[in-house]
Design a binder for this molecule. Structure first.
Ligand SMILES: Nc1ncnc2c1ncn2[C@@H]1O[C@H](COP(=O)(O)OP(=O)(O)OP(=O)(O)O)[C@@H](O)[C@H]1O
Ligand SMILES: [Mg+2]
Length: 260
């Protein structure tokens, strides 16, 4: 059964390849496993979240592009099922790449997704938004309708680049458009216990963002990297693997915020 309040969580970081999509898919999969009704929205023209959930974007008639491009379009006409009970997806196609330039000059363009999600709000416990690696209009749309943001940060050099701009944008959106944007958390990803670099970067993250840091640490894991090629999340592709255990812990930690 769905809860009264739907949590809309953006998974965002303008830094590419830091684990946004991996986190969105696997957090969504474990929340669904824990009996939460989950909708994942792919906001990236790379379509990695859609593909990782077994969708073939080139075969789709409708995608998230239509939500942004056609004022009449409804999210529930675009939602696709996945191989997992309780997990559905609004998929993307590569055509989404055109939307940034189309919307750049359109008044109110940052509020489109918020409007389109309103009719869905009581149907899901969680709506997870997989953002693309930029701070463009799609990411702005995500922040405007979210109650929380999870920022995956890879334990590699340059990991903290772009973070200040993202945190600034979150503050501006909160002040001007979305007072409900209250949970802003950093997730350590691709942590490699064997390397000094991982320890060093983790300490830097702790030093700079202590009160925002999630307890869960996502380790580097070949199984997590392999899973998308099967179209399955990690709880189906490699249950019990260290990546699966970590994302299960993340789902529990995210659920624990419901009580706060
Ligand atoms: N914990 C992990 N261990 C090993 N590989 C990982 C892990 N997390 C993600 N990867 C791999 O690293 C790459 C980047 O991850 P992912 O696609 O999730 O990042 P992203 O932030 O969504 O990237 P983009 O900015 O391009 O959207 C992918 O090939 C993914 O399979
Ligand atoms: Mg991605």
């Amino acid at each position: 059964m769905s809860s009264i309040q739907t949590r809309v969580i953006a998974i965002a970081n303008p830094k590419g390849g830091c684990g946004k999509t991996t986190t969105t898919i696997n957090l969504g999969a474990f929340l669904a496993d824990m009996n939460k009704k989950v909708l994942l929205i792919d906001l990236d023209p790379q379509c990695n979240a859609s593909i990782g959930l077994g969708i073939k974007p080139h075969l789709l008639n409708f995608s998230v592009y239509d939500l942004f491009n056609n004022p009449e379009s409804q999210a529930n006409e675009i939602i696709c099922p996945t191989n997992l009970l309780n997990l559905e997806v609004v998929p993307a196609k590569t055509s989404l790449a055109d939307i940034e330039s189309k919307l750049r000059t359109q008044k109110g363009a940052g509020f489109i997704l918020k409007r389109k999600l309103e009719p869905l709000l009581l149907k899901y416990d969680y709506i997870l938004l997989d953002c693309n690696p930029s701070l463009g209009v799609l990411t702005l749309n995500a922040l405007v309708c979210s109650s929380g943001v999870i920022i995956p940060v890879q334990t590699q050099f340059y990991a903290l680049r772009g973070l200040t701009q993202l945190l600034n944008l979150i503050n501006i959106v909160r002040e001007k458009a979305n007072l409900g944007l209250s949970m802003v958390k950093i997730l350590t990803t691709m942590y490699d216990v064997r390397t000094n670099l991982s320890h060093y970067i983790f300490e830097e993250i702790q030093k700079n963002f202590k009160n925002r840091l999630l307890n869960t640490i996502i380790p580097v894991s070949t199984k997590l990297a392999e899973a998308p090629s099967s179209g399955l999340p990690i709880n189906k592709y490699a249950p019990g693997s260290k990546g699966a255990i970590a994302y299960e812990q993340l789902a529990k930690e995210v659920i624990s915020f419901e009580e706060k």
